[in-house]
Every structure is written in C-alpha cells, then in structure tokens.
Design a protein around this ligand. Structure first.
Ligand SMILES: [Fe+2]
Length: 263
C-alpha cells in the first residue's frame, strides 16, 4: 500500500447508486473531450446547478455512503470493505483540499520542473480519479453475479463474442493490471472497451465512460484473500451487480458517438 493510500477525508458527489445521470454523461463528455478525468463523480460547484448552492466548508466533493456493502457482500469481510472505504474517503478529502488550494495557488511561480501549481495539477488527477473509480467500483458491487441481459449482453457479445469469453477476458485483465480494470463505453466508436490502469491516473483513458470498474490494488483484497488475486476476482464477479452496469451503459450509450462527440 502506497503512502498516498493512507491520506485522509472530505466530500464528493455522484449519481444515485453509482449510476450516471444524463446530465453527468453530458458533462463528462465535455470533460473527456478536453482530455480531463473520465468518470461519474461531478464536483458540485462545477456542475452548473451547483453554482446555485452555498459552498460547503469541506469543499465541492461529497462522499457517497457505501457502508451497507460491509454487511451485504458475500465473501468479503466487513473489515476488508471498511478499510477500503476509508481509503476512498481519503481521496474525497484530498480532492476537496486540492480544489481549494488551486484557487489561491501562486501562478507566478509556475514551472515545469517543480512548482506548487504543477504539483497540484498533476496530483489532482490522482485524487479525483481515486474518488471516481472507487465510486464506480463500489457502485457495481452488491449484486448476485450471474449473467447480463438485454443491450448489455448484446454489447458484450459484439466486443468479446460471448459473456463466457468476456468473463475469462476480465479475469485476465484483472491479473494484468496493477491498479484498475475499466470497462467503458467508447464515445468515439460507440462500443465497449477495456483498459488496464497501473494507478488512478496512469493509463486512464479519455473519451471513455466507465460502465464496470474493478479495483485490483492489493488493498482491495489482501485482508480477505492475501495474495490470491484469482480468488478475489472470482468473488468480485459473484458480487457484481449487472443491473447497475446495464443502467450505466444505457445512459452512456446516449452520448453522441463518433467524430462529433466533442461538441
Ligand atoms: Fe481501492
């Protein structure tokens, strides 16, 4: 576990139960078009309607409540989930902290070798992606695994041939990544794609709206599974909520795909 994983608390907000709202998707399209962070979490003050709200002293981000997962997941202990949520809350806190620091940072000393502005701009993507990807991850847990249906099933079959092949692919991807596996809707091609990230902001794809996110950092499974990542991946899939993934795809697929997706 890195030292960054031990950092502390704050506030962030996303759509209900980790499912994107249409407003979030459209906003995200604008964000990804600018090469910014892809994800569902939206800084309240940056989301238009948030400008009407009084600013929280904690900052614009608000942590979602995933506490029930500590009691409801099969094969995960309460301790595993609670410790993981503590890390998530840390990213929320740091996202808020950096949001506020960037308001007052000394831009006159900006420098590409080192400057406060440079460090905040870089580490901001680590913190915010740490929030966003964890919200997608916890948001797609709490189900019973099994098989996807409907449009999601069709999209998986189009990309991977069958759900069985996709599940094998996902296990392989989970063993290949050092931080995250992100399965998302590609706003250019209008299809699903999978990506391996080595940390929150390393190899994070642009123009991709996540629909299923898998955390493969050791902190996600060491408490319960030691170094047996394969057993963790099986347990993750047994608790996957395909309904959440399907809802995410349904909203994401309304994004204008193709060359005009940056408008
Ligand atoms: Fe994590």
């Amino acid at each position: 576990m890195s030292s960054k994983e031990n950092e502390v608390i704050g506030n962030y907000e996303v759509g209900k139960e980790g499912v994107l709202t249409r407003r979030e998707v459209l906003l995200m399209g604008a964000m990804t078009a600018g090469g910014m962070v892809a994800g569902s979490a939206v800084p309240v003050a940056a989301a238009g309607e948030g400008a009407k709200k009084a600013a929280s002293p904690d900052g614009p981000y608000k942590a979602k409540d995933f506490d029930k997962l500590a009691k409801t997941l099969n094969g995960f202990s309460a301790s595993q989930i609670q410790q993981h949520l503590k890390l998530y809350n840390g990213y929320v806190a740091k996202s808020n902290q950096m949001y506020k620091m960037l308001k007052d940072v000394d831009v006159s000393s900006a420098n590409a070798t080192f400057s406060d502005l440079r460090e905040l701009l870089i580490e901001q993507s680590y913190a915010v992606n740490g929030v966003v990807y964890h919200e997608f991850y916890f948001g797609n847990l709490g189900g019973k695994g099994g098989e996807p249906g409907g449009d999601l099933k069709a999209a998986i079959e189009e990309r991977w041939g069958s759900n069985a092949k996709f599940m094998d692919f996902l296990k392989g991807a989970g063993k290949s990544a050092r931080g995250w596996v992100v399965v998302g809707y590609n706003t250019r091609g209008g299809h699903l794609d999978a990506f391996a990230l080595d940390t929150h902001n390393v190899y994070s794809p642009a123009g991709i709206i996540p629909v299923m996110v898998l955390d493969v950092y050791e902190h996600a499974y060491m408490v319960d599974f030691g170094i047996d990542r394969g057993k963790y991946l099986e347990t993750f899939m047994d608790n996957l909520d395909w309904n959440v993934v399907a809802k995410r795809l349904s909203v994401a697929s309304k994004h204008p795909s193709g060359e005009d997706s940056t408008v």
